[in-house]
Design a protein around this ligand. Structure first.
Ligand code: ADP
Ligand code: MG
Length: 311
């Protein structure tokens, strides 16, 4: 539905996008993720036609940007906030009211027409922001870090609301975030960017289990990058076992230098002779049954078929 082909965008000497090619299918939740400054917002703005670029973008469908809650007008009611864009486009008044009511019903805000933004919860404000964009009957929505202003607890609650709404509306969401957790939780398709380039496109399982290169393995987290015979591999921290019974002979010794309790797991970091620093994540009950301390030597190993070869 949306095709971005060989798009390049420079701001003077800054290479915001370098030869970016991407296809987005209808009805998909696509998340563009990458560190700050890697070109995510620029790519979204290029898709929206707000920024000129070299290359081509074809999007036969109509899209709309979702602005953050901060853009809600506090002196206008919920209904009037939703009518705003239609007022600017001089849509006749009776039509405005009807369209606004139907957008509010799509996001589950029927009954709140006369409320003001400050009377709504964080989740309702997000839904109101969506309703404002939905009045234009877009076939896809563009969302630039819509959850970044929220505190961590609310962000996790809101992201599931966002996903539920996208499935219910059945239109594509093209969503930008710098958080790999959010990308994993939300996306049907993840687009990982770095320094103006797309590094990998895939579903969350693929990107997590088969990171293409060292940058992605480090960015998605939970992996070690190791080097064997001049080749690089990633191995998931939870795929490394600790041999508490010393029975297995095929092990590496690791001197523990950090033990971090993270709730369900305990992250153990140490140094091995063959691979330098490695981290291992253990289920907390396994750790509690076999406790060890910083400076202890433990024996680790892993199933070699779980090694993922990196480019
Ligand atoms: P992200 O959204 O991933 O943080 P951006 O797309 O906003 O990254 O920016 C990518 C790069 O382009 C950055 O180095 C940024 O400073 C630069 N940039 C973005 N917009 C402009 C602009 N309007 N003028 C000059 N430089 C810009
Ligand atoms: Mg940005």
């Amino acid at each position: 539905m949306i095709s971005v082909s060989n798009v390049t965008k420079h701001f003077d000497e800054v290479h915001a996008l370098s030869d970016v090619t991407l296809d987005i299918a209808e009805g998909e939740f696509v998340t563009i993720v990458g560190p700050s400054g890697c070109g995510k917002s620029t790519l979204l703005r290029v898709i929206a036609g707000l920024v000129s670029s070299h290359g081509s973008v074809s999007s036969p469908a109509k899209g709309a940007f979702v602005f953050q809650d901060a853009a809600l007008l506090p002196w206008r009611t919920v209904q009037k906030n939703v009518e705003l864009l239609m007022e600017l486009e001089s849509v006749p008044k009776p039509e405005r009211a009807g369209k606004a009511r139907s957008a509010l019903s799509q996001v589950g805000l029927t009954g709140f027409e006369k409320s003001y933004p400050h009377q709504l919860s964080g989740g309702m404000k997000m839904r109101l922001s969506l309703a404002r964009s939905l009045v234009l009957s877009p076939e896809y929505l563009l969302l630039d870090e819509p959850l970044s202003a929220l505190d961590p607890f609310l962000r996790i609650k809101m992201r599931s609301e966002l996903k539920t709404l996208q499935k219910k509306l059945g239109i594509s969401f093209i969503h930008v975030t710098h958080s790999q957790d959010e990308a994993m939780a939300l996306a049907d398709m993840i687009v990982v960017m770095n320094k103006g380039k797309i590094e990998q496109v895939g579903d969350p399982y693929e990107v997590f289990n088969k990171p293409k290169n060292e940058f992605i393995a480090n960015f998605v987290g939970g992996h070690n990058v190791i080097s064997k015979n001049n080749k690089s591999y990633s191995i998931r921290m939870d795929h490394i076992n600790v041999n508490f019974d010393n029975k297995n002979k095929d092990t590496y010794s690791m001197k523990v230098n950090e033990i971090e309790f993270q709730g369900q797991i305990v992250k153990v970091t140490g140094v091995t002779k063959n691979f330098g620093q490695l981290s291992v994540s253990l289920a907390d009950d396994i750790f509690l049954q076999n406790k060890f301390d910083v400076n202890d030597e433990i024996l680790i190993n892993w199933d070699k078929t779980k090694e993922n070869s990196l480019q």
